[in-house]
Design a binder for this molecule. Structure first.
Ligand SMILES: [Ca+2]
Ligand SMILES: [Ca+2]
Ligand SMILES: [Ca+2]
Ligand SMILES: [Ca+2]
Length: 217
């Protein structure tokens, strides 16, 4: 079967696309088009604005959650590696320090490979935390700094092996901001429950965990 396609004459095509054609846009049509376009743009802008602010809120909440997680993980790590969990107050967590060797116990200089004595063994006689004046048990403390009423901070304090003084501690470090609740409950001598809630005014995240001290008798 033979199919024949009939093409319109070239002249008539040119005529339909001619710029001189009398059927152009009137001023009114142009104004209406601009108005419609503006409305569409406005709508798009609002949609974009909503999407962006939702994204910002999600990012802020994720950051707050990351802060809470970091603080929680740090406390859990110290609980797991301690040989004693002491909780003198409900809003404070105190544990004996980790048994590490990163300092020269005599010269109090940081050494990557240590000096062969655990840092907690202050008088480097091979026995750790004897409770004597020369070798007291060193502690790590987590508690709240409520100096700024609008922003309580969870602080971490570590013993300072870099100085000969046995009583001193390193400068306190902020673990997280915007704390509204920090609560520790000793469920057993080797088991602590920690509740941490952060609220920055717009978002609230709350974490609760139980940590076990594997070396606690
Ligand atoms: Ca050491
Ligand atoms: Ca000690
Ligand atoms: Ca000792
Ligand atoms: Ca010291």
């Amino acid at each position: 079967m033979r199919i024949t396609v009939k093409l319109a004459p070239f002249d008539s095509l040119r005529k339909s696309f001619s710029m001189n054609d009398s059927s152009g846009f009137t001023l009114l049509e142009l104004l209406i088009s601009i108005a419609i376009l503006s409305l569409i743009m406005l709508g798009l802008q609002q949609v974009m604005g909503t999407a962006l602010s939702a994204h910002r809120r999600t990012t802020e909440k994720t950051e707050l959650l990351a802060q809470a997680r970091y603080a929680m993980e740090r406390m859990v790590m110290f609980v797991q590696e301690t040989d004693q969990i002491a909780i003198p107050a409900v809003d404070r967590l105190v544990v004996n320090e980790r048994l590490l060797d990163t300092y020269d116990n005599d010269l109090h200089i940081y050494l990557f490979e240590g000096d062969g004595y655990l840092d907690a063994d202050n008088d480097h006689n091979g026995l750790v935390n004897e409770g004597t004046l020369e070798d007291p048990p060193d502690r790590i403390t987590f508690d709240l700094d409520r100096t700024d009423g609008n922003n309580w901070k969870l602080m971490e304090e570590m013993p300072d092996y870099g100085s000969p003084d046995l009583e001193d501690a390193k400068e306190k470090k902020v673990l997280c901001d915007h704390v509204t609740t920090f609560q520790c409950t000793l469920l057993a001598p080797n088991l602590v429950e920690i509740l941490l809630t952060l609220d920055d005014g717009e978002h609230e995240v709350s974490l609760k965990t139980r940590a076990r001290g594997f070396y606690v008798n």
